[in-house]
Design a protein around this ligand. Sequence first.
Ligand code: BGC
Length: 748
Amino acid sequence: MNKIYFLIVAIIFFNSCSTKKVDKADSNIETKVDSVLAMLSIDEKVGQMNQLSSFYNSDPDGLKAMIREGKVGSLLNEVNPDVVNELQRVATKESKHGIPLIIGRDVIHGFKTVFPIPLGQAASWNPALVEKSSHIAAIEARSKGVTWTFSPMIDIARDPRWGRVAEGYGEDPFLTSTLGNAAIKGYQGNNLSANDRIAACAKHFAAYGAAEAGREYNTVITSNQELRNVYLKPFQSASHTGAATFMAAFNEINGIPCSGNKKLLTDVLRNEWGFKGFVVSDWASIPEMINHGFADNETDCALIAANAGVDMEMSSHTYLDNLANLIKQGKISETVVDNAVRNILRVKFQLGLFSNPYVDTVKSSFAADSSLIIAKELALESLVLLKNENNVLPLSTKIGKVAVIGPMSNDRYEQLGTWVFDCDTNTTVTPLSAIRATIGNNKVIYAKTLAYSRDKNTGRFYQAISAARSANAVLVFVGEESILSGEAHGRAHIDLPGVQADLIKELHKSGKPIITVVMAGRPLAISNILPYSNAVIFAWHPGTMGGTAIADVLFGKENFSGKLPISIPVSAGQCPIYYAKKNTGRPADYNSWIPMDKIPVRAPQTSLGNASQHLDDGFEPLFPFGFGMSYTTFEYSNINLSSPSISVKDTLVISATITNTGKFDGYETPQLYTHDVVGSITRPVKELKAFQKIKIKSGESVNVTFKLTASDLAFYKSWNEEVVEPGLFYVWIGPSSNQGLKAQFTLQ
Ligand code: BGC
């Protein structure tokens, strides 16, 4: 390998503050922060670093007393605006220095108006819509006094057994960075103090999604390269975009819990990326370092976390109980605490809380028509069409009778997904109600059949079968209830729970077209229902307006445009499985793979291809990353490169023609992938570098153009060494990660 390495970004900013230009507004805020800090006693400083879950309902006087004494910097989970106002009054008028509280809440995919779960939002591949939905969430949350959301979750997740896969944007660092940035912009806008904006929180820093076996809170063992090139990428991007806060993750990485990880929280986040916001721990993640076996007692936990760079402690109180003493004993420098408090006060000033900590309790606009329109658009764009045999879809509105069956067909809550504390189920539109509104009440035969997704009672199958027999099409709504994904809701088996697959199999016997709609918080292994479904739609948990969006595509008012943000595996046994894999020394292919049932008895040991595969489930997912069908067809042609070779200073322009060869207008999302053929460390077989979502009318051809520069091809070959290596690269423009037009270029 005779390569020259261009070291491009191994630059460590030891003190980014001194190297960055500070504008006037920033310097004003810094002056104000310093003047507040100068007034505070050590105890009051530590109070700012303390975040409690509101216990106003159980002990209002106790909570007020703590705030009055300067022992609380932030509250989470208080969404009663009258209470927020009262507590802000106590903080600003009755405490010695009048510092307002910052009120946090998990506003994860909407507040009252619920948008699709983030994984569903990611299937839209539409950053503009993600930004709009986050803005609406900010408007609704701030009107209740919430000024800080613990979102977006930008943990790369490649194992759908992990319940929190629902909360992020999937398996890919580029897609996750793009959509995470869009969410941050939507929450924060350009001015955090505006009354329609809230502070975002990039979480969980870092590599939480790499939990072994998808088991929640689990150990993460990964390489420096994988951390840098995959797991840290979206966080670097979020810091660059200006996320006001970061949250330290629960997990350990290679033996060091994130809440005590100085390398991550200080060396990388502060010194290298120049992060100016504050870092909050996760819920009690600081004392949990005792369980990790990383600290002996809570005093040590506080010492380790504060020194590592956790500015605020969530819910537990090791800081409140220990930091002041540790300073007095000279075990921790007061500067550590000063820096943390500066970071917190800075965000409070940016949010305008010192000027006006109160919320206008008269004005609030929940589920405004304009918000529901965005909720519907995002739900629509999140729907992924996986199968459409003989174009069974779209259905004609004149089809006559349809059967609507299944536990997810008319459940106002279960279609909303995880983390919807503040949802308003009154505004939910279910598929059943939207289908009734589309084709008329009298055309719909409804048979719920199963009470909920895990229901194992086959006793009402007869109702479903009779409904199917009387109908011209059967619409089955299956999936997972909301509670089956999200935090600490991992599953070892990721198929349809209960007897839902049996129900579909039975319905298939009716001979009627079976259209299966899956609503779930994770990719589900649905190979067992594919043969019994003529069409399959993956709808995630689509939120408030999910029903309308689904009815609109079913009856052809709208077209599909969603693409998978994560691979759908054949089985849990394949996991983790993702497109940006390494090739291995013995890559599998269909020429050599012999499915297990076809292996002759007593076949000689070396006759089986000896490749990287499973005998039973092969080597490919059921549906790959980036895949999603439409009612129309798109043909890709004429891939063209501006040059067969570029230097590190050049920009390569790659283009292709896409023609809508079908009868419907539609959106297509061409994706640009590259492969660095030979590297000083092995490189993934494909990496997403860019995408566009474009409308192409039936019969129309468009030329799509992407630009690549050397920095797009950079990667970390070790912890501190980011390089661009010359050599041969393949490039694809295609409709998914496993299709597309291929070309090549060299980087000189
Ligand atoms: C979760 C965080 C969440 C926090 C506050 C924790 O258990 O891991 O994602 O923001 O609770 O509710």
